[in-house]
Design a protein around this ligand. Structure first.
Ligand SMILES: *[C@@H]1O[C@H](CO)[C@@H](O)[C@H](O)[C@H]1NC(C)=O
Ligand SMILES: *[C@@H]1O[C@H](CO)[C@@H](O)[C@H](O)[C@H]1NC(C)=O
Ligand SMILES: *[C@@H]1O[C@H](CO)[C@@H](O)[C@H](O)[C@H]1NC(C)=O
Ligand SMILES: *[C@@H]1O[C@H](CO)[C@@H](O)[C@H](O)[C@H]1NC(C)=O
Length: 249
């Protein structure tokens, strides 16, 4: 069987994926949501997404929801590849080396289907870090409220939909975080409940470090955020565009 036939990963329409209207909270610090948002996304039976705070206007929320949809699409391809090709796959070896596939599989499930109750994405620059880093910070994790992520205006200008994959350069050229959905996944992994208090972490962010982990330190390749981001972008690009666009390592 060929990997992912054209129809095996189908996504809900924009309408059915649309998340509920922003919920109102009476505090702007850490919030506990009663239920995490959960949507049927083919490829994921119970995809969950962080709540979008009321400080995100309709325009912001539409772009964040589009990024959420891309998180589901990109990870669905990645997980399907893990399940169908296993540890001998060239993509697996390229990014995870001899790291444990059980860890990798768990990270994909955790990212997309684990409860995100309490996780919040907000659009006010509550800590002032967007303004302090204009045209540089696309968003940031809040150390003072660890379940929260601030999205800066620069996110909307700099991060691209998956539909632009391979358009502006190779993955090596632009980096996986060029894509809004993949960038969003890395933001999830800053949240302690998602990263198991930094069991998964940013141990090495440069391509050189990522490749070095895969080749020499599989234990950390499957614990390093950027190894996942490169794997996801690489698998996605080669699944949807003949030959993909990894570029030269
Ligand atoms: C919301 O955050 C602002 C800025 O940090 C703070 O001044 C204000 O007191 C907070 N409001 C609530 C209800 O926590
Ligand atoms: C929404 O907020 C952004 C800033 O994040 C602003 O540029 C945009 O004009 C706002 N849109 C509406 C419809 O208010
Ligand atoms: C994984 O690869 C590294 C580096 O090549 C090697 O030192 C290590 O023994 C391997 N581990 C396993 C479990 O095969
Ligand atoms: C793997 O990487 C981690 C984190 O950088 C480091 O602590 C560890 O010593 C490395 N292990 C090997 C075998 O290089």
């Amino acid at each position: 069987m060929k990997f992912i036939s054209g129809k095996s990963i189908v996504f809900a329409t924009a309408t059915s994926l649309a998340l509920s209207a922003p919920v109102t909270y009476d505090t702007n610090s850490t919030v506990q949501l009663e239920t995490s948002l959960s949507q049927e996304v083919i490829g994921w039976s119970h995809a969950t997404f962080p709540a979008i705070y009321q400080t995100c206007n309709e325009t912001n929320a539409r772009m964040i929801n589009a990024a959420y949809k891309d998180t589901a699409e990109a990870t669905a391809y990645g997980k399907s590849r893990l399940l169908n090709y296993g540890i001998d796959d060239v993509y697996y070896k390229r990014w995870f080396g001899n790291g444990s596939i059980f860890t990798a599989m768990g990270v994909f499930d955790q990212l997309m289907e684990a409860s995100k109750g309490g996780m919040l994405v907000r659009c006010d620059d509550v800590d002032g870090l967007c303004a302090a880093n204009p045209d540089y910070y696309a968003g940031h994790h809040r150390d003072s409220a660890p379940t929260e992520t601030v999205i800066c205006d620069y996110f909307y200008r700099s991060k691209k939909p998956l539909s632009t994959m391979c358009f502006e350069g190779t993955i090596v050229d632009v980096g996986p975080k060029h894509y809004a959905g993949i960038d969003m996944l890395h933001r999830y992994l800053h949240v302690p409940a998602m990263n198991m208090n930094e069991y998964i972490g940013e141990y090495g962010e440069t391509l050189e470090e990522v490749v070095d982990f895969a080749q020499n330190n599989g234990t950390f390749a499957v614990k390093n955020v950027d190894n996942y981001l490169y794997y996801i972008a690489d698998v996605y690009s080669s699944s949807v565009i003949p030959g993909g666009c990894l570029g030269d390592l």
